[in-house]
Design a protein around this ligand. Sequence first.
Ligand SMILES: O=C(O)[C@H](O)[C@H](O)COP(=O)(O)O
Ligand SMILES: [Mg+2]
Length: 297
Amino acid sequence: MTVKINTAEQAASLIDKYDTFLFDCDGVIWVGNELLPSVKETIELLQSKNKKLIFVSNNSTKSRIEYIEKLLKLNINNIKLEQIINSAYSTAIYINEVLKLNKDKKIWVLGQNGITSELQNFGYETLTLDDIKDKELTMENINNLIDLNVGCVVVGLDFQLTYLKLCITLQYLLNKDIPFIATNIDSTFPFKNTKLPGAGSVVEIASFSSNRKPDAICGKPNPGMMDSILSHHKLNKDKTIMVGDRLNTDMKFGSVNDIDTLLVLTGIELESTVSNGHPDVTYYADKLGDLYALGSK
Ligand SMILES: O=C(O)[C@H](O)[C@H](O)COP(=O)(O)O
Ligand SMILES: [Mg+2]
């Protein structure tokens, strides 16, 4: 049974029921670089009640440290590094601890420095188009742009996507011995009252052109994200809630991990998709900030 949170009593009872809050970021905490209404007050209210807060984002464009910096810029304080779990970090953990890629192999990254930073933190050498020097960066020169030491490909969201980057990615993926790792499958993400292509859309281009599906997808709802959380935190699943804006990642992540969920309508999903109930959605609300705002009327 899916319940809408729209009274002070419902907000208070939800806060009391859980001791751990897993927060998705894009569409829940912020949209782009703008904090959503009453988020700061809600986080501070939960901190004052000694709740455990963990930020669980599929966004791989930033490293965890850059997430802390973004939160501080938005005046959200007292968040420690281990409270940030994003798909760039879970991808690095996967490659290091599951794939166990040899450190003498380079990793070609179609994505941003969130991915390269987290991989470098595990001792991997990463390669992006920006790293290729003293070569003509054109498709005519494609055969001279391939590094034979590349042993893995990671594809994530890249705001500087180019055709040449896709050409180089394809060359590596044509070699079936090179693992194809996707950070996440989000088709879009919310931005400036609209939505833009997400990592999943970039992964689809690499996948379609190479006729390969990713060998691993490291973001929500896949198990790697929960494994990454559990590598830092003990969770009582009965007292943990996943707060997100997307059904096929955040809410699915909650349901596959047997934890309750709160869908907020400040990101991707519309009220019409949930108002008649959804099996993966325990509660829904107009915004995360209602956990504070409803009680402060
Ligand atoms: O890859 C993307 O499309 C975005 O980074 C993703 O949608 C945002 O991740 P979230 O914080 O909503 O999990
Ligand atoms: Mg989101």
